[in-house]
Write a protein that binds this ligand. Structure first.
Ligand code: ZN
Ligand code: ZN
Length: 451
């Protein structure tokens, strides 16, 4: 997939009978077709920018509404209803996601199709835009009028911004599809407003399993990045996020008196060994070019200083920057646990909840987003971004189609950065409309390339 626009399906058939058709005429016709497509693309980008600028107050109001009413993973019922209502009001035919929350909505030539719809029958290309809609179980400590009204739940990862931006892009693209010359190449755009990004396994798997990526030729998503100033975008090809799994280890033994550890299985001692030797052993068994990092965040064992416990629990997250190391980590954890724990007479259980693979941006899709972002934000607004150790289930979509994950600048100019997953995280809200425009323009540029 190189995205060579000039040689796409819309470029006309090659000359099979050179004697009957003048090659020069064909070349002229192809150039005219390409020029027409480029002009249509430019007009469509101008139209979505205009539309999104006009509805920027509405998009910020939607973002604030979602922020006031955050819902954690798999519980996004109100959010889903709000999105369905808004898309229906625009004359579209959105469907709830396959798990009951989240929304899938097709925009353009073939009208609305379901997640496993008729993409194969549609003559034009199909591009997906993904927004995630869930919030975190964190208190909101900000003093703002749109502060969370739900105790202990907060949009501290900016998914309210992603949702409003994706919806704004979809509404603007729907206007272009309806009133303008249509979407480039007679194509369609599929909004995937997915639930449960913040959990393992995330909502992306359910959408992929339901066929939401069938026929999709490219997919784009953005995520708030407080290290990037508003009006700018972080974008790089290649690995950009890491695999993130949950690991829970349960150690069991008979328990007993601390005076006689030799007569029991000393779980205090074994907790220490597992804490130190399991991450170290895993690193030694993995290719150091594909970093694997097991970090414990929870350790529970024992009630009294003079009693060896009969059970201990350790919980942590396993992160990997490379797909092979990630796929091989599970069996290695089992081998190491057996070697560490069993000689001391204790038993172990491993609950390895596999998350999403490392996120790898496709070079062609990054080129598309780069063009779109420079067009919308300005030529010097795109900056390179590094691979994060954070997990992101957007990577599952990239098993089905090339795509790009964009880091949207949300830090107010001159302000300090407050990280995502912090109770005080907030954004410069002008990022909502800018994000919508970048997403919409990326979809248009991708359709242009794929046509
Ligand atoms: Zn998050
Ligand atoms: Zn997030």
């Amino acid at each position: 997939m190189t995205g060579a626009a000039a040689s796409g399906r819309g470029g006309g058939a090659p000359a099979t009978s050179a004697s009957a058709v003048d090659t020069g005429d064909l070349e002229t016709a192809a150039l005219e077709t390409a020029a027409l497509a480029a002009a249509q693309l430019e007009a469509a980008i101008r139209a979505v920018e205009h539309d999104i600028a006009d509805r920027s107050r509405e998009l910020v109001a939607l973002r604030r509404d979602l922020h006031r009413h955050p819902e954690p993973s798999w519980e996004e019922h109100r959010t889903t209803a709000v999105l369905l209502d808004r898309l229906r009001a625009a004359g579209l035919d959105p469907r709830p996601g396959p798990t009951g929350t989240g929304v899938v909505c097709d925009i353009g030539a073939a009208g609305a199709a379901g997640p496993a719809g008729d993409a194969a029958e549609s003559p034009g290309p199909l591009v997906a835009l993904r927004g995630d809609i869930d919030a975190l179980r964190l208190p909101d400590t900000k003093d703002v009028p749109y502060r969370s009204e739900v105790d202990g739940v907060c949009h501290a990862c900016g998914h309210d911004v992603h949702t409003a931006a994706a919806l704004g892009a979809g509404l603007a693209l729907a206007e272009v599809a309806r009133h303008g010359a249509g979407l480039p190449g007679g194509g369609r755009v599929r909004l995937l407003l997915q639930p449960a990004e913040e959990t393992v396994p995330g909502g992306a798997r359910a959408l992929c399993d339901a066929g939401a990526m069938d026929g999709v030729g490219a997919i784009f998503a953005l995520h708030c990045d407080p290290s990037v100033e508003v009006g700018r975008l972080g974008l790089s090809a290649g690995p950009i996020g890491s695999a993130a799994d949950y690991v829970t280890i349960r150690l069991k033994g008979p328990g007993g008196h601390t005076a006689r550890p030799h007569l029991t299985a000393d779980l205090g001692h074994l907790v220490g060994r597992v804490l130190v030797d399991l991450p170290a052993g895993l690193a030694r068994l993995s290719d150091s070019r594909d970093g694997v990092n097991l970090t414990f965040g929870m350790v529970q064992a024992g009630d009294a200083p003079n009693a060896i416990p009969s059970e201990a629990v350790l919980g942590g997250s396993l992160r990997a920057t490379g797909r092979v190391s990630w796929q091989e980590a599970g069996p290695k954890l089992q081998r190491l646990l057996a070697a560490i724990v069993e000689p001391f007479g204790a038993r172990w259980e491993l609950d390895h909840r596999v998350g999403a693979p490392p996120l790898v941006n496709d070079p062609w899709a990054v080129g598309v987003a780069d063009r779109a972002a420079r067009r919308v934000l300005g030529d010097d607004a795109v900056e390179p971004t590094r691979q994060s150790a954070g997990g992101e289930d957007f990577s599952w979509y990239l098993d089905h189609a090339p795509g790009a994950y964009l880091r949207l600048g949300v830090r107010a100019r001159g302000a300090g950065a407050v990280d995502i997953h912090s109770s005080a995280f907030d954004v410069d809200e002008s990022a909502v409309a800018l994000g919508a425009s970048v997403l919409a323009a990326s979809a248009l540029c991708a359709l242009h390339d794929l046509a």
